[in-house]
Design a protein around this ligand. Structure first.
Ligand SMILES: CCCCCCCCCCCCCC(=O)SCCNC(=O)CCNC(=O)[C@H](O)C(C)(C)COP(=O)(O)OP(=O)(O)OC[C@H]1O[C@@H](n2cnc3c(N)ncnc32)[C@H](O)[C@@H]1OP(=O)(O)O
Ligand SMILES: Cc1cc2nc3c(=O)[nH]c(=O)nc-3n(C[C@H](O)[C@H](O)[C@H](O)COP(=O)(O)OP(=O)(O)OC[C@H]3O[C@@H](n4cnc5c(N)ncnc54)[C@H](O)[C@@H]3O)c2cc1C
Length: 616
């Protein structure tokens, strides 16, 4: 599987390189963006062993290395003359980066770093492509000068001979084993023993070790986390795509499959006519659209910020970090649960490999863990919200994506309930701000009762997580509302198209309202009649969107090859394709399987003989 993946990844890399040269000669941005795109996912269903090379290795060399280092390593990596990965996580630590155990000791006598993974738990563990594909890596380690810790640093390390691909002396490298999916990625382990690299192998754009061992600190230490910020943005985009793929499959299947007359004596309808089926499928279509738009916004913000960071302007980094974290979490959780819901919406056939929903799930699910485990990122955002709440209390202005927090904080109570989109959006934001306030009070009370700040974060963790989750909902819903209602492009849309978009907005807002009804009722009084009115609107908008479901998913524009699904083909020949796939199964190659004579027949015969004997 790994070798097929490498073969396909290389073919895809060549193709994309030629597209890059055709459409964006000399540029560097569309290549990584395309590389992770849905076409690649489909071409390499067991995962792309070059993803981390393209998304992290090359970027880290460009963004964390000096110009000289880029010339030495980065250009070769961009040309795919060398293949690398990002080796940060260890067997014993992934989340808590300050706890990483791999170390780099500076030897000023030889002007080298001595790299070591001193214990089993300090072995690098997980990096994509490390097992077999890569001959280089970025090795993340604690930097020591004269045995004094200086924080994390990144080192370019050659691990295999460029000619023979043999691991170099002092390098212990291999594959970590079979996973639930992504088995073509050859995630690997790496141990180093007294492995020496020249001083200039430490990436030194933002922090430096001078030849005499003097350490020059980065102006902003978090900039060494920047490669992770980029991949979080990519996860937001990619997981929205996975959800869109699953939604396309389930929608197409739901207009072919017929089951159970709705009225006695009537013909069986398409299953998408059943209201509960609409509720399983249509909200997921809308969620995919909503997240695609949010991820596109995030990507623009990343591009602007990355340019600024390159010029050593770090002012927008905190806002980008906060948004990348929350959208990474929201898209990975919602796509993972959404894909499973869509699989169930396809009944028994959804469980067949031929439907491809299992593989899409296996591609989407690990994003809840990699690039920052989701609960940990919720806490990270929760902490940022606490900091911003202090700013609100001090009367200071907040970053644009949190401006709604200041606005809501000024409201003494929630305005008259109207049920309008603005009212629904405000209700979600108001509940979020209420949750932030409660989390802040809880956190502060703990600190005042002599808990340390870190312990107070731990014990306020549930409230911080709730506040972070609602902040994600507020941002995403607010962004969608702006794009549908206030977009400058609005007047170029046909009235029919605008109506479909508005229906999607209606469904999104009502869906989020019901998902967080408990959270909202904690802060806002809403009557039973007002809630029932929203229930009727939900049923109505599902009915309105039903005729558009196929067109919206067609507009995602996934080729049949990309969906790779007997249930989700454009022509709708579901049963024919399921049969075709079944007939290809190895067990169908022979009418009588080999195990019949070897095992089954003797087993049955023995049972029959025993039965005969017991009758005698
Ligand atoms: C194209 C499509 C592609 C598809 C993609 C799929 C393929 C991908 C294949 C899979 C590939 C998978 C590849 C992989 O998986 S690579 C490995 C990924 N590993 C992780 O993500 C590790 C997760 N851990 C962390 O990020 C940190 O340790 C956290 C964040 C948890 C805490 O950290 P720490 O304990 O050190 O810090 P602190 O909480 O005291 O915070 C201290 C300050 O720092 C600020 N801060 C923290 N972080 C950032 C940041 N990033 N930018 C800017 N600022 C940041 C923070 O706000 C605070 O600010 P202030 O309050 O002081 O102002
Ligand atoms: C498919 C895949 C690909 C990967 N690719 C790479 C790669 O290319 N390079 C690389 O370096 N790494 C890679 N990783 C590793 C990945 O980044 C880590 O698995 C991830 O950061 C989570 O860390 P962990 O595994 O140590 O989980 P842990 O941190 O051990 O998490 C386990 C549990 O503990 C909880 N927990 C941990 N800390 C806290 C806390 N502070 N507060 C509350 N709860 C906490 C978590 O919420 C979770 O429930 C990959 C992982 C996967 C699954």
């Amino acid at each position: 599987m790994a070798s097929m993946s490498v073969k396909h990844a290389i073919a895809a890399a060549k193709k994309l390189r030629s597209l890059q040269e055709r459409f964006n000669p000399g540029g560097s941005d569309i290549y990584p963006a395309l590389m992770g795109d849905e076409a690649i996912t489909a071409l390499i269903p067991s995962g792309n062993p070059l993803s981390v090379h393209i998304l992290m290795f090359t970027r880290a060399l460009r963004e964390q290395g000096t110009d000289e280092q880029y010339e030495k390593f980065g250009r070769r990596a961009d040309n795919n003359e060398i293949i690398g990965t990002f080796a940060q996580t260890e067997l014993g630590h992934g989340t808590y980066l300050r706890g990483l155990e791999a170390r780099a000791d500076y030897d000023r006598g030889t002007e080298e770093f001595v790299l070591n993974t001193p214990k089993l738990s300090s072995y690098k563990w997980w990096p994509g492509g490390l097992g077999q594909t890569c001959n280089y890596c970025i090795f993340v380690a604690q930097l020591y000068i004269d045995n004094e810790a200086k924080g994390m640093a990144m080192f370019v390390v050659q691990i295999r001979d460029e000619e023979t691909h043999m691991p170099l002396p002092g390098v212990h490298v291999g594959e970590i084993g079979k996973k639930m999916g992504l088995n073509g990625v050859n995630n690997g382990f790496l141990g180093l023993k007294d492995y020496r690299v020249p001083r200039l192998n430490m990436l030194m754009r933002h922090q430096q070790v001078l030849p005499d061992g003097r350490f020059v600190k980065s102006p902003v230490s978090q900039v060494s986390y920047f490669p992770m910020v980029f991949v979080r943005c990519m996860v937001a985009r990619q997981n929205s795509n996975y959800l869109a793929q699953a939604a396309t499959i389930a929608t197409r299947y739901s207009v072919i499959r017929r089951q159970s007359p709705i009225e006695e004596g009537q013909p069986e309808p398409k299953i998408l006519e059943h209201l509960t089926q609409q509720m399983k499928v249509i909200p997921e279509i809308v969620t995919a659209v909503v997240y695609r738009l949010a991820a596109a916004n995030l990507q623009n913000m990343y591009n602007e910020t990355a340019e600024a960071v390159y010029r050593k302007d770090f002012s927008r980094l905190p806002e980008l970090h906060a948004l990348a974290c929350i959208l990474k979490v929201a898209t990975s959780y919602d796509s993972t649960y959404g894909i499973e819901r869509l699989r169930q919406a396809c009944g028994g056939h959804g469980y067949l490999t031929a439907g491809n929903l299992g593989n899409i799930f296996a591609m989407a699910a690990p994003a809840c863990t990699y690039e920052g485990e989701n609960s940990v990122l919720y806490l990270q955002v929760g902490k940022i919200l606490m900091k911003n709440w202090s700013q609100v209390l001090a009367g200071r202005e907040l970053m644009p994506s949190m401006a709604y927090i200041s606005e809501c904080s000024k409201m003494t109570s929630f305005p008259q309930w109207t049920g309008s989109w603005e009212c629904l959006l405000k209700a979600i934001q108001y509940a979020c701000v209420g949750s932030i306030r409660l989390a802040f009070q809880s956190y502060n009370a703990r600190v005042q009762s002599a808990q340390s700040q870190t312990a107070a974060v731990n014990y306020s963790g549930l409230e911080l997580t709730k506040a972070a989750e609602l902040h994600g909902r507020s941002y995403v819903a607010g962004n969608f509302y702006q794009q549908i209602v206030n977009s400058p492009n609005k007047h170029q849309r046909s009235p029919q198209f605008q109506k479909v978009l508005e229906n999607m907005l209606e469904l999104h807002l009502i869906q989020i309202f019901f998902r967080h009804l408990g959270d909202i009722l904690r802060f806002i009084r809403i009557t039973e009649d007002e809630i029932s009115a929203l229930q009727r609107r939900l049923e109505e908008v599902l009915k309105e969107l039903r005729p558009d479901a196929v067109a919206i998913t067609d507009a995602f524009d996934f080729n049949d090859k990309i969906l790779s699904s007997a249930l989700g083909c454009y022509d709708g020949n579901v049963y024919e394709r399921l049969f075709e796939a079944a007939l290809k199964h190895p067990l169908n190659r022979k009418s009588v399987p080999d195990f019949f004579e070897a095992h089954l027949k003797p087993f049955m015969k023995e049972n029959a003989d025993n039965a005969k004997k017991s009758k005698l």
